[in-house]
Write a protein that binds this ligand. Structure first.
Ligand code: PEP
Ligand code: MG
Length: 325
């Protein structure tokens, strides 16, 4: 198996009819970059930065941020590294300033909302990302964007940080690409406007599923209802991919859905050509990509979109996958 992985690492993720698929890795800690390289990832599609808050009460310094980002950027060389700004709150380390106990933390002051409410903290991180951008191919991504105003406000804080660095003579990548997660249904609905302001998109199915179906992703009592195979979720994914492609904006996916080989053909059939998965899953997803044709995937996607429930869709997809190997 080790030998097999070894050969697979050097091979591109290319379908039997010649479509190249970008396979990226998701990381939560800087050291996971090694695994991404070992498994043959084309880059980092999601660098979660919440780890900086692990086990500490105070805020990490700008240099602590900077060391973490520049290290990963250097290790990846010219391969892309998408750094996602702080996604704290709800299920993720809830010790930040919270006005009151939230009854619905997933609908509360989390993620980009928290960052916009804590400007110093946000600016510190943005400055660090910008400083690190001279060491590799860094892109910046905002999480949980639900309105245009939110994205514009985040870009404004970024512009301020750029101005400060410029005045201080600190180098950074002036043309850094700025993208957003698509993980709230309102963002999908507004995609025709978001393509005007965001350089790229990454679909976060972990949250998109919970907000689309009104199912708490961490509540085991409703875990049976939580599935990316729901036809409503699939329509949101399809619409996001189509809207991004129509505007020539890169679109990827970084939710757990695309690390599950059961969904690979469907996602390719819906037009997705970039996926970011847990590093351990890179070889397996690559193997599926290398075993199927886009024509075959499109036929599968077309059929899936006629089905009316997640159970039928999963049964069908499992069946199709087992026919491939
Ligand atoms: C997602 O929501 O799909 C995602 C990738 O972000 P996280 O799991 O960190 O919320
Ligand atoms: Mg998310």
């Amino acid at each position: 198996l080790a030998a097999k992985l070894e050969t697979l690492r050097e091979l591109p993720a290319i379908t039997t009819d010649g479509q190249v698929v970008q396979l990226l890795g998701n990381i939560e800690f800087p050291h996971e970059v090694t695994q991404c390289l070992e498994r043959g990832a084309d880059g980092i599609g999601l660098y979660r930065t919440e780890f900086l808050y692990l086990g500490r009460e105070d805020d990490p310094s700008e240099d602590t941020h900077y060391e973490a980002y520049s290290g990963v950027a250097k290790a990846m060389g010219d391969k892309p590294v998408v750094v996602r700004t702080l996604d704290l709150g709800a299920d993720k380390m809830r010790m930040l300033p919270n006005p009151e106990d939230e009854r619905n933390p997933f609908l509360g002051l989390r993620s980009i909302r928290l960052a916009l409410r804590n400007r110093d903290l946000f600016r510190t991180q943005l400055r660090a990302i910008l400083r690190a951008s001279v060491h590799g191919n860094i892109r910046l991504m905002f999480p949980l964007i639900s309105t245009m105003l939110e994205f514009r406000q985040a870009k404004m804080v970024l512009a301020d940080a750029m101005e400060d660095l410029e005045e201080a003579g600190v180098p950074f990548d002036r043309d850094i690409k700025v993208g957003m997660m698509v993980e709230v249904p309102s963002a999908v609905v507004m995609m025709d406007r978001f393509v005007e302001v965001a350089d790229f998109f990454s679909i976060g199915t972990n949250d998109l599923v919970q907000y689309c179906l009104a199912v708490d992703r961490s509540n085991k009592d409703v875990a049976n209802l939580y599935t990316a195979a729901d036809p409503a979720v699939l329509r949101l994914i399809r619409d996001t991919v189509n809207a991004a492609k129509a505007a020539d904006r890169p679109v990827s996916m970084c939710g757990q859905m695309c690390g599950n080989p059961m969904y690979t053909m469907l996602l390719l059939g819906l037009g997705l050509r970039s996926m970011s998965v847990t590093p351990a899953a890179v070889p397996e997803i690559k193997r599926v990509c290398r075993s199927v044709s886009i024509a075959q995937c499109e036929a599968i996607a077309q059929h899936v979109m006629t089905l009316e429930n997640a159970r039928d869709i999963k049964t069908y997809l499992r069946d199709e996958l087992s026919g491939v190997f």
